[in-house]
Design a protein around this ligand. Structure first.
Ligand code: ZN
Length: 540
């Protein structure tokens, strides 16, 4: 049976980097296949014949209807975990953090550990010592930085992690005091390979599946119908598959993932991780498992600006320090080539302009623009490199919420004012022909779609809307371009564009129904009122 959705404003597919959006007022879908049969106007023959054959007709009340949002870069399990942690993003000082933790600890006597998230290093002037937390509660306390690149621990946590005698893992630091004792902070791969696996072991499978369920429900309520997980490993993949079983064999929304290739001790071990990804993709791909598949690999090329671990061409302005990229082009190319030869997509985390150059040079050497390889974040791309992405067929995978001016307070000091004029150059990538795909990088930022689109289009803060500051405003995307990047661009970024991402005949009827004014400055007031997946309403 068909359904006719009329009196809506259905977003039409757009060309590259559109300045304006176009809408149709009517959509016909087929329930059995879950596909769109027609998009057009009420008077079209296809609409009239659907109605005369008894199709149900729904009044969409003049709402904006777009293809279901796709988060181009997110972390599913961690997002679910974070939804269950104490969020300290509202704390501006150490004292506020301490008060929040003390209150939360009192209210949660049943927890074995106190877990907090969204710590802004600037709120504690970059300091993170166990001693600042030790008197708050005897239980282990773990605080994740908002960028997820560091964990701040109290002494009870350091003790249970047993890090005192551990060496720093490659690409990570267990910060220590003058006597060599761990002082409370674990950064980069020390956070990822020591703290996270330890904490993960403390949770039951049911708890982890519940986290995934919490994350997916939150996404659906925000209008998303597709997710791209950017750091998959065997353990997490196993949990997702178990969760899928619990859901009756199909995920509630589709998921594509990139297998995480963390730097190993030898080139052979790195290549072995790529082999693993290739093997996983053979099993879980578009044909065998379209709702839950491996699409490529993910490699890290540097860290983040706020922790001064992003790799820059010119040193950091405040202290003259710098960090080399994780890989040289020579080291990286064999890894990428192996993945590309096997038909895997490549996603490279690169934030500093030097790391971005390594990423682009490496993908240029791989030389396969049709592979839809992508660079993640691209925060401080050098003006000379902006035009190269489009030419090389590289997708610009960006998270506008990371360009929110309220979280970039330290940047003028760290990078100097001149470099700050050329950060997050989204419109530059688009104007030079690159496909832009928008994501949130949840849980490093909220998964919510409208603060993300608001900052993409106004370059102002969605967290603190009263702040008038803009981040390099010349690089703002039009609202039409931002919406396209969050739907059709995101679908393109993982080879899902033949099925989803556009409202047109033959595509799957995944829809977000939005109560909104089509105006960038009004985006923070927009609300998702319904989400449809495969022709059925799953939210609202
Ligand atoms: Zn990420």
């Amino acid at each position: 049976m068909a359904k006719v959705l009329r009196n809506g404003r259905f977003l039409r597919p757009s060309g590259h980097n559109p300045k304006d959006a176009q809408f149709s007022d009517c959509l016909v879908l087929e329930e059995a296949s879950g596909n769109i049969l027609h998009v057009g106007s009420d008077s079209d023959g296809a609409v009239q014949s659907a109605i005369s054959s008894g199709a149900q007709v729904l009044d969409m009340e003049n709402r904006v209807i777009i293809p279901g949002f796709i988060d181009s870069h997110m972390h599913l399990l961690l997002t679910g975990e974070t939804l269950n942690k104490l969020d300290i993003s509202g704390c501006d000082t150490l004292e506020e953090i301490r008060t929040a933790i003390r209150t939360y600890a009192k209210e949660h006597p049943d927890l074995d550990r106190i877990s907090c998230c969204n710590w802004f290093q600037t709120s504690t002037n970059g300091e993170a010592f166990a001693s600042q937390l030790d008197d708050l509660d005897p239980r282990p306390i773990y605080i994740s930085a908002y960028d997820m690149h560091s964990r701040w621990c109290n002494t009870a946590a350091l003790n249970e992690l047993q890090v005192a005698d551990l060496e720093d893992p490659p690409g990570g630091t267990i910060h220590r005091d003058g006597t060599g004792k761990p002082s409370g902070l674990l950064s980069e791969s020390a956070a990822l390979t020591i703290v996270d696996p330890f904490l993960s072991k403390q949770l039951s499978l049911t708890q982890k599946m519940d986290f995934i369920d919490d994350a997916i429900k939150a996404y659906i309520a925000s209008g998303y119908t597709g997710l791209i997980d950017m750091a998959m490993d065997e353990v997490t993949w196993g949990i997702i598959l178990d969760y899928r079983k619990r859901c009756g064999g199909r995920l509630p929304v589709w998921l594509a993932t990139h297998w995480f290739v963390l730097p190993q001790k030898t080139p052979e071990e790195n290549l072995a991780l790529v082999d693993k990804a290739i093997e996983m993709k053979k099993q879980y791909n578009e044909t065998t498992s379209p709702d839950c598949r491996i699409t490529g690999i993910k490699v890290m090329c540097d860290g983040v600006v706020d922790a001064c671990t992003a790799s820059l061409m010119e040193p950091y302005s405040h202290n003259g320090g710098n960090e080399p990229a994780v890989w040289t082009v020579e080291e990286l190319v064999p890894i990428l080539k192996k993945a590309d030869d096997a038909g895997l997509q490549i996603a490279i985390h690169a934030i500093g302009d030097a790391a971005i150059r390594v990423a682009i040079d490496s993908l240029e050497r791989v030389g396969n623009p049709a592979g839809r390889h992508r660079i993640e974040h691209l925060e401080t791309c050098s003006p000379d490199d902006v035009a190269r992405l489009g030419k090389l067929g590289i997708t610009a995978s960006v998270q506008p919420v990371h360009s929110d001016p309220s979280i970039l307070q330290a940047w003028p000091k760290l990078l100097g004012p001149k470099r700050c004029e050329h950060v997050f150059p989204y419109n530059g990538f688009a104007e030079h022909g690159a496909t832009v795909a928008i994501g949130t990088d949840a849980p490093t930022a909220s998964h919510l779609v409208f603060p993300n689109l608001y900052t993409a289009t106004t370059r102002r803060s969605g967290r603190k809307p009263e702040l008038e500051k803009q981040t390099a405003p010349k690089f703002a995307l039009s609202l039409a371009a931002a919406m396209a990047a969050a739907t059709q661009g995101a679908a393109y970024s993982c080879f899902a564009d033949s099925r989803v991402g556009r409202l047109e005949e033959g595509k799957v009827a995944n829809l977000a129904v939005i109560d909104m004014v089509w105006d960038p400055t009004k985006l923070l007031e927009a609300k998702v009122v319904e989400t449809w997946y495969q022709g059925r309403k799953i939210f609202g």
